[in-house]
Design a protein around this ligand. Structure first.
Ligand SMILES: [Zn+2]
Ligand SMILES: [Zn+2]
Length: 357
């Protein structure tokens, strides 16, 4: 089912505004609270929704791949990937949310809304390119940005308990001199540790398309902005549903948290000269998994007939990516560095009255 948020004043399509945190109408400037909009939408849609809900679910099961959606404004067929849950109509630009793809197992429970807007993301991209001093000449003057997309990426957030136990033999060494002899005294300690650590909402991205390493580097997300999921947050953005469920991704999160527990145990054993573990046992247990959507700005840019990607955390502005490098500039940079080094040597020689190189 296609959901569009119409302005109650002028009927235009509203989009989520990252600055105000409200739905905004670009036509007349009207703003509406997300809660308000969800409520009025539910009331209006409740009859049709209840009637079609069951049928929708059934149809959804069978023809997920071929489901066709139409824009309510212009009637155009919405061109979507099978994972898309929110997009804009490519003909009239209306923001649409595909509610049936956000129901049942695919209903997110939490969301961090965008707080960085498109202009800010664009400006940050340009600044980031300029900071890359080795960026090829002309790279910044040309408009390289092919597309800039605000996308809600699916994540699983795990509440976990880590039980760890370790058994180690540690030593303390004391050296002293008595008479003509140097004595070394080694004390052995049997050290035992048992820890139970709770971790809250450890994130891992659940989208096939997104590069795992890139998504990990976008962390941290700040959870004070974590909100109960509501569909209007997606209006005007691209959103995707997960490809991997919380069971699929558990091994990945398990490995990560195992490392945390491991490090924690290491830190509790201190003050010894040596530590050698006889045994270490770590067990990670899932207590809860939350399906959440996190905001990411993706910039695709062209350089030398190839496409490159840069990603930005849509909440904090943290950037991940590699600016294009120019071989010529790198060579120039190196010769500048060695010229400067040469200058310093010369200067020192003058100051010390030595021979001039
Ligand atoms: Zn309006
Ligand atoms: Zn349309």
């Amino acid at each position: 089912m296609v959901v569009q948020y119409k302005c109650p004043d002028c009927g235009a399509d509203m989009v989520f505004d990252s600055t105000s945190g409200k739905l905004h109408c670009d036509s007349c400037g009207n703003e509406m609270n997300i809660d308000e909009m969800t409520k009025s939408k539910e009331n209006k849609d409740s009859r049709t929704y209840n009637n079609t809900n069951y049928k929708d679910e059934e149809a959804h099961q069978h023809q997920e791949e071929v489901n066709e959606y139409h824009c309510k404004n212009c009637g155009a067929t919405l061109i979507t990937d099978k994972d898309t849950t929110a997009t804009t109509c490519s003909f009239c630009g209306a923001a649409v949310v595909l509610s049936d793809r956000l129901s049942g197992n695919f209903a997110p429970s939490l969301v961090i809304p965008f707080s960085i807007n498109k202009e800010q993301a664009q400006a940050a991209f340009k600044k980031w390119c300029k900071k890359g001093l080795l960026t090829p000449r002309g790279f910044m003057s040309a408009d390289r940005i092919k597309s800039i997309t605000g996308i809600y990426v699916p994540f699983w957030l795990y509440d976990l308990n880590g039980l760890g136990s370790a058994d180690a033999t540690c030593t303390k060494v004391r050296t002293y001199t008595r008479g003509d002899y140097i004595y070394t005294e080694t004390d052995y300690f049997h050290v035992y540790r048992q820890v139970s650590l709770n971790y809250m909402k450890v994130p891992t991205d659940a989208s096939e398309k997104m590069n795992d390493g890139m998504m990990d580097k976008l962390e941290p997300y700040h959870y004070q902005d974590l909100k109960e999921f509501q569909m209007p947050y997606l209006a005007g953005y691209l959103a995707e549903k997960y490809n991997y469920d919380d069971k699929d991704l558990f091994p990945r999160i398990e490995e990560r948290v195992q490392r945390y527990v491991d490090n924690y145990i290491d830190q509790t054993i201190s003050g010894y000269a040596t530590t050698s573990y006889n045994s270490k046992d770590i067990n990670i247990r899932k207590k809860n998994a939350w399906y959440a959507l996190f905001p990411v700005w993706m910039v695709c840019y062209d350089y030398k007939q190839a496409e490159h990607t840069f990603a930005m955390n849509g909440q904090t502005g943290k950037i991940v990516g590699k600016p294009p490098l120019s071989a010529g500039k790198i060579a120039a940079w190196f010769s500048a560095v060695s010229a400067a080094a040469f200058l310093i040597i010369k200067l020192i020689a003058v100051l010390t009255g030595g021979p001039i190189l």
